[in-house]
Design a protein around this ligand. Structure first.
Ligand code: GTP
Ligand code: MG
Length: 197
């Protein structure tokens, strides 16, 4: 897929506020600092499309982009940011979980996993939630830069075997480095294919 246009539509705080749209939608989620904004900027080919927040974890909103005038990309705030109150975290989690289940146009959730570190509990919990609720999702292993590629591949292997303890099959997965602009083309191809069904 060639990206011809990308535009920021707005940030929305609740499910009720989301744009009433029938276009296919794809969202990006992952722990704070996993590289969501960098990946979105890389695949859309615009350096500052997704703002890198100076106060991570503070804004809790669905950030909507319109790509090629025919599909939505949604940037969700990172989870696992410690400085947020428990109550706030819980209410936002509920809102996001409802979004995954109720948003009818949402065709795939991309769960970003930092390939430089071993499996994290919060990531596995989210994946189990999506799996149990039959929400379509894919994994994107981020920050797999060349100089650390071997160690990253080892972490990815461990992550997958952790999933296979619970699940019979693994979801589609991608390995990316936004810094080196690697792997994004396959994500765009996948989006084009899913959106055209
Ligand atoms: P929040 O919005 O705070 O949840 O963070 P985020 O998930 O949007 O991460 P962001 O894209 O802001 O990146 C976090 C940090 O990781 C930044 O310092 C990036 O430069 C770095 N980073 C992102 N992608 C890569 C990558 O492919 N390789 C390396 N080495 N660093 C990366
Ligand atoms: Mg971000």
């Amino acid at each position: 897929m060639i990206i011809q246009s990308r535009q920021f539509i707005g940030s929305f705080n609740t499910l009720a506020d989301l744009p009433k749209s029938e276009m296919p939608e794809f969202c990006f989620i992952g722990r704070s600092n996993v590289g969501k904004s960098s990946l979105i900027n890389y695949i859309t080919g615009k350096k500052d499309l997704a703002k890198v927040s100076s106060t991570p974890g503070k804004t809790q909103s669905f950030n909507y982009f319109l790509i090629n005038k025919n599909w939505h990309l949604v940037d969700l705030p990172g989870y696992g940011y410690a400085k947020r109150s428990k109550t706030l975290r819980a209410s936002w989690n509920t809102e996001m979980h409802r979004y995954f289940i109720e948003r009818e146009t949402l065709l795939c959730v991309f769960v970003l996993i930092d390939s430089r570190i071993p499996p994290q509990k919060l990531d596995l919990e989210l994946i189990h939630f999506l799996g149990e609720n039959e929400v379509p999702f894919s994994l994107v292993f981020t920050k797999a830069d060349k100089r650390e590629f071997k160690a990253c591949m080892q972490n990815i292997k461990v992550f997958k075997s952790e999933l296979l303890k619970t699940w019979e099959a693994l979801p589609t997965s991608f390995i990316t480095s936004s810094e080196e602009k690697q792997g994004g083309d396959l994500i765009l191809e996948f989006i084009a294919e899913v959106a055209s069904k």
